[in-house]
Every structure is written in structure tokens, then in C-alpha cells.
Design a binder for this molecule. Structure first.
Ligand code: ADP
Ligand code: MG
Length: 514
């Protein structure tokens, strides 16, 4: 019978493990996907608060910890609980009195376990936070490795990393000590219980309430149960650790994502833009008004320019148009509708921006251009590149449009990157085009070439051009001069040039002199 029993147990163990690996792996893959999907839909305000390295760590390290815990621990936890419950029922059959006596020590163990579990959870949260910090250091320094080297800050960074890892060890050891103390307590509790059972059982035998044989089987069962309780306690501690480690992850999952609609654009815009008494501060810097009482009107199809010193708030205006932030006061109206009530994805699908700092993904040039329209044909892509004056330099690479850019491929110059970004915008065929210092990284010759492409691109769409070189915005229908978040002057080039003591006049005189 015993042999049969053990064979059965062996077979069940196999299926138990296979089943649990199956379930947890699928669960974790789902969790990873859900976290990522959730993460990229969170609003900009969220990304201003968090660092990329930290978020990376949450997806990589926190979820791995869950994996470890769930694949091994939860199956074991269940098994031990079944043993404890089954064993306790058997105990009850052997001697009710003795079973009740033995069970009276359970509440004590449970209370201690809960208290210690809480502390462990907190330590583990701290450990994961330090891991996230250390990952941030790795990520940021590797991304900016040229800066690290140029400033010979290798030792400084190593030290920073070393200190972080020391913190990890410190808190991990604190948690470890707590677990060790907990284990000691459990051992004491279990052997105490066994000793107490022997003592009480002996009395029962003495009184004739129990037979020697019953006490022996009772003791056997108690030892079984005791061992299970011991491992449950340890598993419980591990689970608490996992919960602590993932508290931050759960906080991220609790954040409200932006609305998102797939598929075709349903709400088409024409492209008239109006800012009415709009004031704004970044949510993470409530004390500084970046824009105050902005009023501006752009008619459909007009070209307008924003000029002003760096830090004046020009890029912020473009960010508001994409509805990256919504905590402004006043109104931002496109056509006749406040943009807060436009479908978000539809709005963004009809605006294209060529920003100051261009990010190219680590794929081919073709993929990078078609980011503006994923289903574009090769011809469309090539046409967009031609218009952006990029076709020529692309075909000079041996692999042409298939050339990989970024880490595994070639590094493009600032001007080449900018032209790829322009091609991307052309392909998107937007109603509103924003050029945020789009030609700033170009030398004069490429600039004049790209300018031709841009002029072409701006035709028939509302466009907002931000530029330092005033020569590039001379032909704009209207120029707004921004100073410390306020519009101080507006008009076309001729009007603004006539203003005595005008900011625009001063700026353009300075530039034309040089
Ligand atoms: N994400 C942000 N969080 C907090 N402050 C910001 C953020 N982005 C920009 N700012 C601040 O807003 C001001 C305007 O910035 P920006 O619009 O980028 O200026 P510009 O494009 O005219 O050079 C600056 O003082 C800048 O420090
Ligand atoms: Mg800017």
C-alpha cells in the first residue's frame, strides 16, 4: 500500500509542477504585457515623475521576483496547507482533547507571522527601490556614455553605483535577519508544541483517557504538521517579500491611462487654432507659471511662427496642442471645439511634429520613416524621403533604405536625423504641422534645401514654426514673440520690424549684424 501511495504521490508531484509552471508562466507573460501596454498609455504627467531606468526595473526585476515566487512558492504553499488541514482532521479523530490543546498554539504563531510579514514586506519594497535606482544609474550612464567619458566621470559613476548596491545589500540583509529570527521562533514553537503534547498526552494516558498507541500516532502526525507549518511560515515570508517588491508595480497599474482609440480617424479637424487666456504650469512644478494668459489665433491653413529666447515656453505651447497636459486654465480650441473634448487619438493622428531632439528607433531607415504611417508603401516612403531631401543621402549607404540606424547600425548626423523626421511628418500627412526648431541642426546649405521641402510641406496645412534664425520665419503670416510665457508682440515681419524698441526688431538686428 505504501509503495502504491508513494508512486501516486510521485505522479501527482510531476503534474503539480508542470501545471503550476504552465499557469504562472502564462500569468507572468500576461502581466508583463499588461504592464507595458498600460505604461505606454499613461499620460506625460506620469513620465515627468518617473525615471526611465526605474520603470525598466519595474518591468524587469519586479516581475522576475514574482515569477520566482509564484513558480515555486505557491504550489508548495498549497501542498503544505493541504497537509496541515488533512493532518489536523486526522488528529481530531485520534484525540479531540489533545488536538484542541495542540491547536491553541496556532494563533500565537499566526500573530507573530503577520507582524513579521509586514516588516519583511517593507524591507523588500526598499530593496526593490534601490534596485530600481541602481538600474537608473546604469541606464542613464550607458545612454550618455560619451558624456561620462568626456568628463572622465567613470570613477564618480562607479562610486555612485557601488553605494546603491551597498544599500541593496544592507536592506536585503536586514530582511534576511528578520527571516532568520522568524525561523528560530517557528522551530521553538514547533518543538515547544511537541514537548507540550508529550507532557499533556502523558497526563491523559495516566488518567486512562488515551492509549499509548494513540499518543504515538498523534505525535507522528504532530511532527508532520509541525514540519509543514514551519515551511508555510517560510513560504509566507517569501510571499510577503514578493508582495512588498511589487507594491510599486501595482501603483503603476493603478494609474489612469489616457484614452485611446484604434483605427480610422473619425473626428476630422480643419486646423484652425485658438488659445484663449491660456495659463499653464507643469504639474510637477506648480509654483512656476510657464505660460500666462496666452491669446493667439491661427486660421486654417495659415503659417505662423513663434519666436523668443530659449525657456520662453515655445515648446510648451506645442505640447499643449498635442494634449500632453490638460491642467491649463483658459481654452485651447481647434476649429470650434475645446481640445479636451476631442477624441485624443484623433487629435494626435492629425498633428505632426518635427521636434528639436529626434529619436530614431533601432530599426532600418525605412521603418523609421514609416513610423508616421505604418502601412505606407515603398513608393510613398521614397517620395516622402525625396521631399524631405533625404533620399540622396539614404541611397548613398550600401543598404539604402534597409540601413539600420542606432545601436546596431550607423549613427546618423543631426541633420540627417532631422530630414528623416521631416520625411516621417510628410508621410503622416497631418492637418497641423509643428516644426520645433526643425532646421536647427542643419548647416546652411542643407537648411536651404530642407526649407524648400518644408515650404512644400506647409502648403495647405496649418503650421506652427518655432525657429531661432529669424530669416526662416520672415514669410510667416503672423509672428508671435514670446517672453517668459507671455506674448509680447504679434504681427507679420514688416509690422514687427517697425516697432520701436520692439523685441523682434532687436533680435533681428542682432542676427542680421552677425
Ligand atoms: N517637463 C517639464 N517639467 C517642468 N518644467 C518644464 C518641463 N519642460 C519645460 N519646463 C520649463 O518650462 C519652461 C519653458 O520651456 P520650453 O517650453 O521648453 O521653452 P522653449 O521651447 O521656449 O525653449 C522652461 O523654464 C522649462 O524649464
Ligand atoms: Mg523648445
Amino acid at each position: 500500500m505504501l509503495f502504491g501511495l508513494f508512486t501516486l504521490q510521485a505522479i501527482f508531484s510531476y503534474f503539480r509542477i508542470v501545471l503550476f509552471v504552465n499557469v504562472t508562466e502564462k500569468f507572468l507573460a500576461k502581466l508583463r504585457q499588461a504592464t507595458y501596454e498600460h505604461l505606454i498609455r499613461l499620460p506625460m504627467t506620469f513620465f515627468n515623475k518617473r525615471r526611465i531606468g526605474e520603470l525598466n526595473s519595474r518591468i524587469a526585476s519586479d516581475i522576475s521576483l514574482l515569477q520566482e515566487t509564484f513558480t515555486t512558492t505557491s504550489a508548495e504553499f498549497l501542498r503544505q496547507i493541504i497537509i496541515v488541514i488533512g493532518g489536523t482532521i486526522l488528529l481530531g479523530f485520534t484525540s479531540l482533547k489533545l488536538a484542541a490543546f495542540m491547536l491553541s498554539i496556532f494563533p500565537v504563531i499566526i500573530i507573530v507571522a503577520v507582524i513579521i510579514g509586514r516588516k519583511l514586506r517593507a524591507y523588500s519594497k526598499t530593496v526593490q527601490e534601490h534596485i530600481a535606482d541602481s538600474n537608473t544609474i546604469v541606464e542613464e550612464t550607458l545612454q550618455g556614455i560619451t558624456n561620462v567619458k568626456a568628463f572622465t566621470n567613470e570613477i564618480f559613476e562607479s562610486l555612485r553605483y557601488k553605494n546603491k548596491t551597498k544599500e541593496i545589500v544592507k536592506y536585503a540583509i536586514k530582511g534576511g535577519k528578520l527571516r532568520a529570527a522568524f525561523a528560530s521562533f517557528i522551530i521553538l514553537g514547533i518543538f515547544g508544541a511537541i514537548a507540550a503534547v508529550i507532557w499533556y498526552g502523558a497526563r491523559l494516558i495516566h488518567q486512562g483517557d488515551m492509549s499509548m498507541g494513540d499518543l504515538t500516532s498523534f505525535l507522528m502526525l504532530t511532527i508532520f504538521i509541525g514540519a509543514s507549518i514551519g515551511s508555510i511560515a517560510d513560504l509566507y515570508a517569501q510571499i510577503q517579500k514578493a508582495i512588498g517588491a511589487t507594491e510599486q508595480l501595482m501603483e503603476i497599474l493603478d494609474e489612469t491611462p489616457e484614452e485611446y482609440t484604434e483605427g480610422e480617424i473619425r473626428h476630422r479637424i480643419k486646423g484652425a487654432i485658438e488659445f484663449k487666456e491660456l495659463s499653464f504650469h507643469y504639474p510637477n512644478r506648480a509654483d512656476i507659471d510657464v505660460l500666462s494668459k496666452i491669446n493667439l489665433t491661427i486660421n486654417e491653413g495659415q503659417q505662423i511662427a513663434l519666436v523668443g529666447a530659449s525657456g520662453a515656453g515655445k515648446s510648451t505651447i506645442t505640447q499643449l496642442m498635442m494634449r500632453f497636459y490638460q491642467n491649463y486654465t483658459g481654452q485651447l480650441i481647434i476649429d470650434k471645439t475645446e481640445i479636451k473634448s476631442l477624441p485624443l487619438s484623433d487629435l494626435r493622428k492629425q498633428i505632426a511634429i518635427v521636434p528639436q531632439d529626434i529619436l530614431l528607433f533601432g530599426g532600418s531607415i525605412k521603418e523609421n520613416i514609416s513610423y508616421g504611417k505604418p502601412d505606407a508603401s515603398d513608393q510613398e516612403i521614397q517620395k516622402a524621403a525625396e521631399q524631405a531631401n533625404a533620399h540622396h543621402f539614404i541611397t548613398e549607404f550600401p543598404e539604402g533604405y534597409e540601413t539600420l540606424v542606432g545601436e546596431r547600425g550607423i549613427q546618423l548626423s543631426g541633420g540627417q536625423r532631422q530630414r528623416i523626421a521631416i520625411a516621417r511628418a510628410i508621410l503622416k500627412d497631418p492637418k497641423i504641422l509643428i516644426l520645433d526648431e526643425a532646421t536647427s541642426a542643419l548647416d546652411s546649405e542643407s537648411e536651404s534645401q530642407v526649407q524648400v521641402a518644408l515650404d512644400q510641406l506647409m502648403k495647405g496645412r496649418t503650421s506652427l514654426v518655432i525657429a531661432h534664425r529669424l530669416a526662416t520665419v520672415r514669410n510667416a503670416d503672423k509672428i508671435f514673440v514670446l517672453e517668459k510665457g507671455k506674448i509680447v508682440e504679434s504681427g507679420n515681419h514688416n509690422e514687427l520690424s517697425k516697432l520701436e524698441n520692439g523685441t523682434y526688431k532687436k533680435l533681428s538686428e542682432l542676427q542680421f549684424q552677425s
